[in-house]
Ligand binder design. Structure first.
Ligand code: ASP
Ligand code: MG
Length: 451
């Protein structure tokens, strides 16, 4: 069996759901479990209306419910036309919206929303989308079968970011989903949503449907997991900065994780860890161009020196200089203790005998941090820096690649340089306005246009 997960934009309209149906129809023989997000924007709208209701803006909240109702019913009519069960579907959707309106009223009476009630409301997005998708698939000849995520995705009661109970999920998947697959049906389940052992609805946290897909895939021993989204896959660089960026066809899990820390938003690798750890390949694919090859993420893809070029701006450098550091121990510990106290995480560190340079992305607590650091030595702060990085699991073992990187940046001031111990990331600190040109130079050096 395989898992096919469709994100919010891939089920965000009648046309999108129609495309998803064609993708699934082509895969029925591979026994797909279909995992769906809410229609794009729905989860945000649900949370917003819950907060409005809880803060006394009931009319606004009810308007929010009605806007969602109109959108979903519209999509249902477009998808189903006069199909046999259109009235049943409209009835089911309407019942959910009536319930949402009642929940909003209850919150406005209470005057506050608990994490538990927020989850109950947020979960409705996937309930609605999966109801629509099941009906649309059936109308297109796919033997779809609705699965209640709460019946399989057993979680803790940490509302808003519930912890999955993987052993229980495997048991329930075997009881609920496996028989459907064995009968040749196509189960459709909402992502993001779970329930406690007692059946109270929870959610896995925002963007949680990728996590659901991975957990279901791991529970059922899927052959592969397809994450259908609205981009071609992961690219060798951010195409807004490097127009020549190209698709990465295979990427290692550790490289994808490294890129995520630079804000590559295609998917957060930690969410697919449960599947990748079991050796299940995960692909990111574009539902608008299903013929594309997408990006395959695997634990053991070959190690290349450079798989992608990343960059970010808004980096601040803090330098602490102190002759007392010479031959002293515990100096770094004291510095890090101060960063910890000011809740500021450090990204890159470089040391000399008498100075330490550290970079931070979040400079919110910088002023008070500097006051405390000044007790250890002279402190200097440099704002407006940025980072460019080469990411590749084979980088540390390839000194020629490192030489090539520095060669490509000739003429650009590099203020700090750091090779991660795992040899997967060569980070270079440059002026913020050099980040984009440096990324383009590095990309041209490592991914030359084919002649
Ligand atoms: N609908 C949820 C969200 O927007 C989960 C997801 O789409 O992954 O956060
Ligand atoms: Mg998503």
């Amino acid at each position: 069996m395989i898992v096919a997960k469709f994100g919010g934009t891939s089920v965000g309209s009648a046309a999108a759901i129609d495309r998803a149906a064609r993708i699934v129809a082509a895969r029925v023989a591979r026994q797909p479990l279909v995992v769906v997000s809410a229609l794009a924007g729905t989860t945000n709208a649900l949370i917003a209306l819950a907060e409005q209701a809880a803060s006394g803006q009931l009319i606004l909240a009810i308007r929010g419910v009605e806007a969602l109702r109109e959108r979903h019913l519209d999509v249902a009519h477009q998808l189903l036309g006069q199909a046999g069960d259109v009235n049943d579907v409209i009835g089911e959707l309407s019942a959910t919206f009536d319930e949402l309106a009642a929940l909003a009223e209850a919150l406005s009476v209470l005057g506050h929303a608990t994490p538990r009630s927020l989850d109950a409301i947020a979960a409705k997005g996937e309930l609605l989308s999966s109801t629509l998708v099941v009906a649309a698939f059936r109308a297109r000849g796919i033997p779809a079968s609705y699965v209640d995520p709460g019946a399989v995705m057993v979680t803790s009661d940490q509302f808003g970011k519930a912890e999955p109970r993987t052993e229980r999920i495997a048991e329930r998947a075997g009881q609920v989903i496996r028989p459907l697959l064995n009968q040749g049906l196509v189960p459709v389940v909402g992502g993001f949503v779970g329930a406690t052992e007692q059946g109270v609805v929870t959610t896995l946290g925002r963007g949680g449907s990728d996590y659901s897909a991975s957990l279901f895939g791991a529970a059922l021993g899927a052959e592969s997991i397809e994450i259908w989204t609205d981009v071609d896959g992961m690219l060798t660089a951010d195409p807004r900065v490097v127009p020549e960026a190209r698709l990465i066809e295979r990427i290692r899990f550790d490289e994808a994780s490294e890129l995520a820390s630079f804000g590559a938003k295609v998917l957060h690798p930690s969410t697919i860890a449960p599947a990748v750890r079991l050796g299940i390949p995960v692909s990111v694919l574009n539902a608008q161009r299903p013929e594309g090859r997408g990006t395959l993420i695997a634990f053991d893809a070959p190690k290349r020196p450079v798989t992608a070029i990343a960059g970010k701006q808004g980096v601040t450098v803090v330098k602490v200089r102190s002759p007392r550091m010479l031959l002293a121990h515990g100096f770094l510990a004291r510095i890090f203790e101060i960063f910890d106290r000011h809740r500021t995480s450090v990204d890159v560190v470089a040391t000399s005998e008498i100075s330490v340079s550290l970079t931070v992305d979040d400079a919110r607590h910088l002023d008070s941090l500097v006051v405390d650091l000044s007790e250890l030595g002279d402190v200097a702060v440099e704002r407006n820096r940025g980072i460019v990085a080469l990411v590749g699991a084979g980088l540390g073992a390839d000194s020629a690649a490192m030489a090539r990187a520095l060669g490509a940046l000739e003429g650009t001031a590099v203020h700090m340089l750091s090779l991660s111990a795992s040899g997967i990331n060569l980070t270079m600190l440059v002026d913020a306005d050099h980040v984009a040109p440096a990324m383009r130079q590095l990309h041209a050096a490592f991914f030359p246009e084919p002649a």
